[in-house]
Design a protein around this ligand. Structure first.
Ligand code: PLP
Length: 219
């Protein structure tokens, strides 16, 4: 399968209301350009350095999402152009994004990343921490940020019932916060589990290898 076939295959599986974030990490700008030419405008990268290298080489109508763990000292490098930061996992980071967005007179959209997986390795806020941050947001503490929703990653397992349970946990937090202040985006699901995520209420999925092919980290 080539990129175009992969892309069309994924797009055909997504209901109208589900946004596709094409995760292009480790793949060259030529591949991103190819997917852009097919009409895709939302792309996700997980490293600041890589995003900074690719950004100037690609069309300016791309909405870049940062989906990987972000260190506070790197926010300044992307604050001018990043569309959405999906991986907000601390108050400190939120304050830094707010400050840097202010310098550029913009509002940066963010998702709170919530830890729903069993694995220790996954980043993210505990449910209670996410609720606390959202409360501060509602109280007006971050003027240059819009919290548009939540992001989560399920445990890497074959056990579909576990994946489903984790996604449903995030969906129920989403519904709860959404009652306090309307949210737009529930970002869950990757190449291997996006159909389950959509069944559980995701309206944004982050798909990489199913579009671009396997990632080669040896390069
Ligand atoms: C790499 C990555 C993805 C995409 O993973 P695939 O399995 O290649 O679809 C999605 N979300 C995050 C946070 C990632 O780091």
């Amino acid at each position: 399968m080539n990129i175009q076939e992969n892309y069309n295959h994924i797009k055909n599986q997504l209901p109208e209301h589900v946004q596709l974030v094409a995760v292009s990490k480790t793949h060259p700008v030529s591949a991103i350009q190819e997917v852009h030419d097919l009409g895709q405008r939302v792309f996700g990268e997980n490293k600041v350095q890589e995003l900074m290298e690719k950004y100037p080489l690609l069309p300016k109508d791309i909405q870049w999402h940062l989906i990987g763990h972000l260190q506070t000292n790197k926010v300044k490098y992307i604050a001018e152009f990043v569309d959405t930061i999906q991986s907000v996992d601390s108050d400190k980071l939120l304050l830094e994004i707010n400050k840097e967005a202010g310098k550029h007179n913009r509002i940066i959209k963010v998702l709170l990343q919530v830890k729903i997986a069993e694995e220790e390795s996954k980043f993210g806020l505990e449910i209670e921490e996410a609720k606390d941050l959202f409360q501060k947001y509602i109280n007006g503490e971050y003027q240059n940020i819009e919290i548009t929703g939540l992001m989560g990653m399920a445990t890497f397992t074959e056990d579909e019932s576990q994946i489903k349970e984790e996604f449903l946990n995030l969906k129920s937090l989403f519904d709860e916060l959404n009652q306090q202040k309307p949210l737009k985006t529930l970002s869950m699901g990757m190449s291997d589990d996006f159909p389950i995520a959509i069944d559980c209420g995701a309206n944004s999925v982050r798909v990489g290898s199913a579009i671009f092919g396997r990632r080669d980290y040896s390069k």
